[in-house]
Write a protein that binds this ligand. Structure first.
Ligand SMILES: CC(C)(COP(=O)(O)OP(=O)(O)OC[C@H]1O[C@@H](n2cnc3c(N)ncnc32)[C@H](O)[C@@H]1OP(=O)(O)O)[C@@H](O)C(=O)NCCC(=O)NCCS
Length: 132
């Protein structure tokens, strides 16, 4: 049995920003869910918190410390949690975690985590202050 990349915390950190079910169309050649799909879910989840913080358009400028702790299986309920860690002048650093509920388990398990940085942008795509 393969050990997880790092021990999973007992509880998620942050607020629920997205929930969905992992579907067969999003599998990789191992039959697990494709990592790119998960990154996309985390990015969307973080963007929801960034948008509601900046009350404007936002764009992702960086993704750091992305870790896939465990594989995601078809049928897992995937929940993304986001926590605002830092607000700069135009940027927001947001910690995002994905947790899954399996058919066979009562508790959810953390599968992925990372730090996403978003920039608040105006209608022309130029950075503008988060707090305007
Ligand atoms: C995001 C973007 C608007 C920033 O424009 P820019 O001219 O580089 O703006 P700045 O240099 O003023 O940086 C804006 C903020 O982003 C931060 N930033 C820039 N690059 C960063 C990086 N690699 N990591 C973390 N923060 C970064 C800056 O520190 C600054 O934060 P602050 O205002 O809170 O101090 C521009 O780079 C862009 O459009 N990138 C493409 C975004 C995109 O398409 N995302 C989707 C990916 S598919």
């Amino acid at each position: 049995m393969t050990a997880p990349a790092s021990p999973s915390p007992a509880t998620p950190s942050g607020e629920v920003v997205m929930r969905t079910i992992a579907m067969p169309a999003d599998t990789n050649n191992n039959g697990d869910i494709f990592g790119g799909w998960l990154v996309s879910q985390l990015d969307l989840g973080g963007a929801i918190l960034a948008r509601s913080t900046a009350l404007s358009r936002v764009t992702t400028v960086a993704i750091d410390a992305l870790t896939f702790h465990r594989p995601v299986a078809v049928g897992d309920i995937v929940t993304c949690y986001a926590r605002l860690d830092r607000v700069g002048r135009t940027s927001m650093k947001i910690a995002v975690e994905a947790w899954v509920h399996r058919y066979s388990a009562a508790d959810q398990q953390q599968v992925t985590s990372g730090h996403f940085t978003y920039v608040a942008i105006d209608g022309e795509g130029r950075p503008h202050p988060v707090k305007r």
